[in-house]
Ligand binder design. Structure first.
Ligand code: PHE
Length: 366
C-alpha cells in the first residue's frame, strides 16, 4: 500500500486532534516571540524521540528556553514584570498543550502504522486441511455389513493370530487333511498361525453362544502367496454364519441372492455351483452374471459371462458337533467371500496392489 493512501485512511478513521489552539486576538498580538519559533519547530517533529527533544528544549527545568526566560524576569522593572510574567505563563501553557496534542497525534500514527504492518486480509481464501477419506476396502466392507445388518445379522470379530484348532481342526480339517495344503498357511509355531480364512470365527462364536446365530465376520486373512495383480499375502474376507432350527439350503440361496442383488444391482443373476469345502456339506461356489457385460463376455469375466464371488454351503454336522450344537436339531449355512475381490469388481479396479500402496491420488477418489 502506498504511503499517501495510508495517511488518508488514518486521517479518516483516527480521531486526530491537531487542536488549533484557540487564541484570542489579544493573545496573538501579545504573543511571545518564542511561540512562533516553537510552532515552526513542532511542525517538523515526526517521532517520539524528536518530540522529547523539543519538549526538553523548551521546558527543561535547567536549560529550557522558557525556563531561561522566566529566570530573566528578575532583571525587569517592577512595572514590566507582571505583564511579562503573564505572557510567559500563557506561552508555557500553550506550549504544554501543543506538545500534549502532538504527542497524541504521534501515538495514534504509531498505532496506525503498527496496525497496518499487522494487517490481515481476511478476504484471502484460507488453507484447507487435507481431508482424509475412508479406504475403499473399508468403505465396501461397511456397505456389506450394513446390508447384512438390515437382514438381522450382527458383526463379530476374531483374532488374526489363530490356533491351528480353530483355523483347521474344528472346521473338519484334522492334521494331515489334504485340504490344509491348499491354504498355503503362514505358521508362527506348530500350533499357531496367521488365520487363512475368517471361518475360525464361526467356531469361536458358536462356542460362546447357543443358537440362533446370525453373524458376519469381516477381517484380514493371510496366505503364503506371491504378490501380483490378483494375489496378496494379506487380504480381506467376510464370513457369514446362520444356525438355527430348520435352516435349509433355500435360506442360503435366498439370503445370498438378496445380498448380491442389493450390493451390485437387481438385475444381477446368481448361480450356485457344486463345490467342496471340508466344513460344509453340500458346498457351493456362488457366481454372478458379469456386472460389466451382463453375461455376454468381456475382459473382466474372461469371456465367461460369470464371476465367482464366494464359497458357501450348509454347515457340516461334524462342525456343529465340535461346538456342542445338536446336528439333529440345528442346521445352518455359511459363506466366505473376498472383500478385496468384491471391491475390485464394484470399483472396476484391475490390480489388487493399489489397495495397499496408499497412493493418495488413488485413495482420494473414494
Ligand atoms: N473359508 C473358505 C475359504 O476361505 C470360504 C468358505 C466359507 C466356504 C464358508 C464355505 C463356507 O475359501
Amino acid at each position: 500500500m502506498k504511503k499517501g493512501r495510508a495517511f488518508f485512511i488514518s486521517s479518516l478513521f483516527l480521531p486526530v486532534r491537531l487542536s488549533p489552539l484557540k487564541m484570542t486576538t489579544a493573545m496573538l498580538e501579545n504573543a511571545h516571540p518564542l511561540w512562533e519559533q516553537f510552532r515552526q519547530e513542532l511542525q517538523s517533529v515526526s517521532s517520539l524521540g524528536q518530540w522529547t527533544q523539543l519538549r526538553d528544549r523548551y521546558l527543561s527545568r535547567q536549560r529550557g528556553l522558557i525556563t531561561l526566560e522566566v529566570k530573566k524576569l528578575g532583571r525587569l522593572s517592577a512595572e514590566e514584570r507582571p505583564s511579562a510574567g503573564q505572557r510567559l505563563n500563557v506561552l508555557k501553557v500553550q506550549v504544554e498543550k501543543a506538545l500534549e496534542n502532538h504527542y497524541q497525534l504521534l501515538k495514534e500514527q504509531e498505532r496506525f502504522r503498527q496496525l497496518q504492518s499487522e494487517r490481515i486480509d481476511v478476504t484471502l481464501p484460507g488453507y484447507y486441511p487435507r481431508r482424509g477419506r475412508i479406504h475403499p476396502l473399508r468403505r465396501i466392507q461397511r456397505e456389506m455389513e450394513e446390508i447384512f445388518m438390515r437382514m438381522g445379522f450382527q458383526v463379530a470379530l476374531g483374532p488374526e493370530l489363530e490356533w491351528d484348532y480353530y483355523n483347521f481342526e474344528a472346521l473338519n480339517m484334522p492334521p494331515g487333511h489334504p485340504a490344509r495344503d491348499t491354504q498355503d498357511t503362514l505358521y508362527i509355531t506348530e500350533n499357531l498361525l496367521l488365520r487363512t480364512h475368517t471361518s475360525p470365527v464361526q467356531i469361536r462364536t458358536m462356542q460362546q453362544q447357543p443358537p440362533p446365530v446370525r453373524i458376519v465376520v469381516p477381517g484380514k486373512v493371510f496366505r503364503r502367496d506371491a504378490v501380483d495383480a490378483t494375489h496378496s499375502p494379506m487380504f480381506h474376507q467376510m464370513e457369514g454364519l446362520v444356525v438355527d432350527a430348520g435352516i435349509t439350503f433355500a435360506d442360503l440361496k435366498g439370503t445370498l441372492e438378496a445380498f448380491l442383488k442389493e450390493l451390485f444391482s437387481p438385475q444381477t443373476r446368481v448361480r450356485f455351483q457344486p463345490s467342496y469345502f471340508p466344513f460344509v456339506e453340500p458346498g457351493a461356489e456362488v457366481v454372478i452374471s458379469c456386472i460389466f457385460c451382463s453375461g455376454t463376455g468381456c475382459r473382466v469375466c474372461k469371456q465367461n459371462g460369470w464371476i465367482e464371488v464366494m464359497g458357501a454351503g450348509m454347515v457340516h454336522p461334524k462342525v456343529l458337533q465340535k461346538v456342542g450344537y445338536d446336528p439333529e436339531t440345528y442346521t445352518g449355512f455359511a459363506w466366505g467371500m473376498g472383500i478385496d475381490r468384491i471391491a475390485m469388481l464394484k470399483y472396476q479396479i484391475d490390480d489388487l496392489r493399489i489397495f495397499f500402496e496408499n497412493d493418495v491420488r488413488f485413495l482420494s477418489q473414494f
